[in-house]
Ligand binder design. Structure first.
Ligand code: CS2
Length: 491
């Protein structure tokens, strides 16, 4: 066979996972059949089944994107994951999925009755920040969210994920069925606490006794999830079909590395994911913060600074010596310096492994993809560490540059005068600010005044304001590449 990947001297192997699918039950109901879930939790579960069989199958639910659910059904709920290393690929068949549901295809009642089935022990989530309908500055439900408002009018016919879970739990309560654990696998600080807060806030608005029942019967383990999983590009899809021998529209690509740290707090049992590399711990928080600040914070820095300079992919940004040095300094001198880690965690080693992962030339991870939804990502990735470091009087020059780069990015024009397609729930607000502001200072101040991103402490801090404005002016005048050199020379 004449394979493109073989021509490019990449070796590969195919790994089949042998076990009996007929023994599976939908013991996990998962919301969010996106690329990350496929390369992470679903594959962990598949590999575990290969190791010790069991019956932990997954029912996939998408409330919005219908297309992928339809395609998954057409291929008997199987799909493939291509792990792309720098010089070796592994193609894995993932087969833990038992069934799938979508409100338009099956009706909302089918989803509610699935959530009420006795064997369902875990409801897991990869719904991104937006799916929680949360006000992240308060860590509570955003009651004014249109979907929540809608659901409160007829809670028994929900449309939001929060509405579905609470109605599912109510039905379990009235039918005397034991509760399930809600497992957030989103890249959010304190993801389990956020899930718990929004679910309880919403339940309280419906019925106080239901909220009490949930509080007493449901657990919300926190997790730290990690695996770089770029959106599938044409080349990726072709690579999968070359190895597989046929096309897989649900296939995903990712890096070989993966990590999953889970708070061991389940009410109704859980798979032994630790047997295939996950870690069960008592406290996930330090790992979450380490990952969000060092990995995701560097990602967002490269996304905004790189995209402004015209770099399409993360690995391209990493080929540039200045950007690579800046990212290392950001990781160790700022993000790492803001963390309190348990003994035995070596942040230098962690930073080195991140740099190696970012350099992987076979992962086509777009700066534009990571730049999306900055309004949700900036607070845990930049603002938290900025607060800690300012308090301790430590250097924050790269964080400040990263925030200024985001401000420049949402102005929709890069250093090459090309327009940027900004995707963000607050995009109308950004456009409005750019339209109405007639100086750089006004742009910066108005963006800083968005409280859900910066909180009042950062927006009112005169020193931070002027530092961000200086960096914004620098980016505006000199562009991203020169700004990096200038900041590098600063103490
Ligand atoms: C990325 C993450 O798109 C983004 O915001 O930073 O998806 C990142 O690739 C993952 O968190 C890695 O585990």
């Amino acid at each position: 066979m004449n394979l493109g990947i073989v021509d490019s001297k990449i070796e590969y192997k195919i790994q089949n996972i042998p076990y009996d699918r007929s023994l599976l039950k939908s013991r996990i109901v998962h919301f969010g059949f996106g690329a990350f879930h496929r390369s992470h939790q679903a594959l962990f579960t598949s590999e575990l089944l290969g190791l010790e069989q069991g019956d932990w199958g997954i029912c996939e639910i998408n409330l919005f994107e219908k297309d992928q659910i339809e395609k998954l059904r057409q291929q008997n709920h199987e799909y493939t994951v291509l792990e792309k290393g720098s010089d070796f690929y592994t193609l894995k068949h993932s087969v833990a999925i038992t069934e799938s549901l979508h409100p338009e295809l099956d009706g909302y009642q089918a989803i509610l009755s699935k959530l009420t089935e006795e064997q369902v022990a875990i409801v897991s989530l990869t719904i991104t920040e937006k799916g929680y309908c949360a006000d992240f500055t308060q860590g509570r439900l955003d009651v004014s969210h249109p979907m929540i408002q809608e659901d409160l009018l007829h809670p028994q016919q929900p449309s939001s994920i929060i509405g579905y879970i609470v109605e599912g739990l109510r039905l379990r309560q009235v039918n005397n069925i034991s509760a399930f654990s809600v497992l957030s696998c989103d890249n959010i600080n304190n993801n389990g606490h956020i899930a718990k807060a929004v679910i309880l806030d919403y339940a309280k608005l419906i019925d106080g006794s239901l909220a009490t029942w949930i509080e007493e019967n449901v657990t919300f383990p926190c997790t730290m999830v990690d695996r770089i999983t770029p959106a599938v590009e044409v080349k990726d899809r072709n690579d999968i079909s070359e190895i597989l021998g046929y096309d897989d529209p649900c296939g995903v690509v990712c890096e070989p590395f993966r990590q999953w740290v889970i708070e061991d707090k389940f009410v109704n049992g859980r798979p032994n994911w630790n047997k295939v590399g996950a870690q069960f711990v008592n406290d996930v928080a330090p790992f979450e913060e380490m990952k969000l600040r060092m990995l995701n914070g560097s990602h967002s820095f490269m996304a905004y600074m790189g995209n402004l300079a015209g770099f399409d992919y993360i690995s391209e940004v990493m080929l540039n010596d200045d950007y690579r040095t800046a990212v290392s300094e950001l990781m160790l001198n700022e993000q790492g310096a803001s963390l309190k880690m348990p003994d035995g965690v070596n942040l230098d080693n962690y930073a080195n492994s991140l740099i190696e992962r970012f350099c992987n030339p076979n992962l086509q991870h777009r700066t534009w993809q990571i730049a999306m939804d900055g309004s949700q990502k900036i607070p845990p990735r930049f603002c938290e560490s900025l607060r800690v470091l300012k308090e301790q009087n430590k250097s924050t020059k790269w964080l400040v540059l990263g925030i200024a780069a985001w401000m420049k990015y949402v102005g929709r024009c890069n250093d090459l005068s090309q327009s940027i397609d900004v995707i963000d729930p607050l995009v109308d607000q950004f456009d409005d600010i750019y339209r109405k502001s007639d100086s750089n200072e006004q742009i910066v101040l108005n963006l800083l005044n968005i409280e859900s991103i910066f909180g009042s402490d950062i927006s009112n801090d005169l020193l931070i304001r002027s530092e961000i404005l200086d960096m914004y002016e620098l980016l505006d005048k000199e562009g991203s590449k020169k700004a990096i050199q200038f900041v590098m020379s600063k103490k």
